[in-house]
Design a protein around this ligand. Structure first.
Ligand code: ADP
Ligand code: ZN
Length: 215
């Protein structure tokens, strides 16, 4: 399956993408994760991306498109993929259309996870992530079994720099201005499926699986 997951920051794209990736046995490609890894490793890409990410702005299209291009060319993407956090602008979506055409394939579905803004702010302020394995938690809605410690790898969980309140506001504005137009873009192509994000992540998952016809 070739799938895109759309949604505001904190809508739960990453969580659902990880679950689907395992179920469908196809790679989960998160541009946010790629940037964060590059930042951690101190690469040139990381240094440049950090400037934008810390302000709640999008990394420029040319840079983002380049990394996605490299990733989609790897062998494991031949059987399908889940794009999480890409595309985020109309030019990125147009690039993707062209790239897939060149690969001789097309998208199966664009899953839009809808969550209202007030809910987003609540979610992001309580979000904690594991810097070691990437697992994601919420202090109220989805706490780790032992407070502050990752269930999967026992590393200490942290708050992402860009989950601080001021940056969250900017990210939401960026989302409405630049990413939300993709909803119509894909609706017009007949590819859009919308699921409303639920408070419990398992409830969202079961709605997602139903909507995609995956069991
Ligand atoms: P979230 O969806 O919670 O905002 P991500 O991990 O997807 O988190 O992205 C974190 C940040 O990385 C974004 O705020 C943005 O600065 C940058 N980023 C990720 N994907 C893209 C993209 N496709 N285009 C431009 N910037 C991106
Ligand atoms: Zn972990």
């Amino acid at each position: 399956m070739r799938l895109i997951i759309l949604g505001a920051p904190g809508a739960g794209k990453g969580t659902q993408a990880a679950i689907l990736s395992e179920k469908l046995n196809i790679p989960h490609i998160s541009t946010g994760d790629i940037f964060r890894n590059s930042i951690r490793m101190g690469t040139e890409l990381g240094k440049e991306a950090k400037e934008y990410i810390d302000k709640g702005l999008l990394v420029p299209d040319e840079l983002t498109i380049q990394i996605v291009k490299e990733r989609l060319n790897k062998d494991d993407c031949r059987k399908g993929f889940i794009l999480d956090g890409f595309p985020r602008t109309i030019p990125q979506a147009e690039y993707l259309e062209k790239a897939l055409e060149e690969m001789g394939v097309s998208l199966d579905v664009v899953l839009n996870i809808h969550v209202p803004d007030e809910e987003i702010v609540k979610r992001l302020s309580g979000r904690r992530v594991c810097p070691n394995c990437g697992a994601s938690y919420h202090v109220l809605y989805n706490p780790p079994e032992v407070e502050g410690i990752c269930d999967s790898c026992s590393h200490k969980v942290v708050q992402r720099e860009d989950d601080k309140e001021e940056t969250v506001k900017n990210r939401l504005k960026t989302y409405h201005d630049q990413t939300e137009p993709l909803i119509d873009f894909y609706r017009n192509k007949g590819k859009l499926v919308t699921v409303v994000g639920q408070e419990k992540l398992e409830d969202t998952t079961s709605n997602v699986l139903k909507a995609l016809g995956v069991s």
